[in-house]
Design a protein around this ligand. Structure first.
Ligand code: CTP
Ligand SMILES: C[C@](O)(CO)[C@H](O)COP(=O)(O)O
Length: 374
């Protein structure tokens, strides 16, 4: 049984990547990048424990993909690592940035083989360009570009990180704490995805699946006598409104469920619980915007959506077009891809008796094709 834990750091915010999608959610086939990297390393059978550090609000969705040990990250790489180290059960730990996706078995093997030769084993690359530090050209033979994965003695790394000082990698913390570091030759393919153009330098990644993911949503709200009604993101002239915890925009709620359904992200209640005071009277357009941002962060692109509003009253003919343009703008799609339909129920049922409104929605998503950037 191996005495080595793998920690994959995937709790970053991808700010320098400058895309709607977070880099850990880029799709390789159907797999998000974090899962692709985890599986690649898991297949080597070198680890008896695998921990993935992720943003706290992404863990629930990640658990739908794979059953690793997920730990909530912190506000910096170092804090994320510290959180994970609390859960390490082995005397050695290999830490890799999820952003270094193409780690070869050869590199991994050479790092692990050297595990008892120092407190931290570190892959590096030589520098071939001239290096100028401030005004001075320095000896490039003395410069190393440090990569991950880095293998450390768990106790040494934990002790080294009990500090307020920030280190950009494990080995710097360990050396500053009096520990030893051994360098092994790194690889160009272990290049870190930091900016979008880095995607051209990671050869092991293949294109996302071109599958279309379809979802549906359904919601009903009863009328009440509050004199304000919002439907499809548009204010409707009416003497009554909807009974609801939020503003009661039943059309947007059904649309949100269709989008979440297509993404496999559960339902609206999981994201915006109706017992949470934060959402009392909430503007559903704002909730929809948050869902769209989440979908984009998770690597989805909205293709189209279609809603059918079943209402005996109010009459909606004049509102369908404003709803279409309002919703399309929030979904960031062309209005031609956001269809809005309205129907009565021929006076049948609770809708026919004008007790409330029901809405069904459909939405289609695809994966963001990151091959088009970089
Ligand atoms: N609070 C943080 C910050 C970073 N990381 C991880 O540390 C690795 C290296 O960080 P970097 O490439 O800088 O990723 P981001 O922090 O996402 O990028 P940026 O700094 O551009 O926002 C990444 O795998 C990232 O997910 C982390 O787990 N927790
Ligand atoms: C750990 C690292 O990948 C080694 O090169 C690098 O320091 C991470 O830097 P980042 O700014 O947190 O991406």
């Amino acid at each position: 049984m191996s005495d080595l834990t793998l920690i994959l750091l995937a709790a970053g915010s991808s700010s320098r990547f400058s895309q709607d999608v977070k880099k850990q959610w880029l799709r390789i086939g159907h797999q998000p990048l974090w899962q692709f990297v985890a599986q690649r390393l898991e297949k080597t059978n070198r680890f008896s424990q695998i921990i993935i550090v992720a943003a706290a609000d992404e863990i629930e969705f990640m658990q739908q993909y794979a059953s690793y040990e997920f730990i909530a990250g912190g506000s910096s790489r170092q804090e994320s690592l510290r959180n994970a180290l609390e859960h390490v059960s082995n005397s050695y730990v290999l830490v890799n940035d999820i952003a270094r996706a193409c780690i070869s078995e050869d590199l991994l093997g050479r790092i692990i083989d050297a595990k008892d030769s120092a407190d931290c084993i570190v892959p590096y690359l030589n520098v071939t360009d001239t290096i100028v530090y401030e005004k001075e050209t320095i000896d490039r033979e003395k410069v190393k570009k440090i990569q991950t994965p880095q293998l450390s003695k768990t106790a040494v790394l934990k002790a080294a990180l009990e500090t307020n000082q920030t280190y950009t990698d494990e080995s710097s913390a360990i050396v500053a704490h009096g520990g030893t570091r051994k360098f092994v030759a790194g690889e160009d393919d272990a290049h870190k995805i930091t900016y979008a153009e880095d995607l051209n330098k990671v050869p092991c990644l293949h294109t996302p699946s071109s599958d279309i993911l379809s979802g549906n949503g359904f919601d009903v709200h009863a009328f009440d006598d509050k004199g304000e009604m919002w439907l499809g993101g548009v204010e409707i002239k009416s003497d009554f409104g909807f009974k609801a915890h939020s503003d009661g925009d039943v059309a947007i709620h059904a649309l949100i469920d269709a989008l979440l359904g297509a993404a496999g992200m559960g339902d609206i209640g999981m994201l915006f619980p109706d017992n949470n005071a934060q959402y009392k009277g909430a503007d559903s357009k704002e909730l929809l915007k948050r869902v769209v941002t989440k979908l984009h962060n998770f690597g989805f692109v909205i293709i189209n959506a279609d809603i059918t509003i079943a209402a005996q009253t109010p009459r909606l003919a004049d509102y369908k077009q404003p709803m279409r343009t309002t919703l399309a703008a929030i979904l960031n799609i062309d209005p031609s891809r956001m269809n809005v339909k309205a129907t009565t129920t021929e006076r049948l049922g609770f809708i026919g008796r004008s007790e409330g409104v029901g809405v069904i929605a459909n939405a289609n998503l695809k994966y963001f094709n990151w091959k088009t950037i970089g």
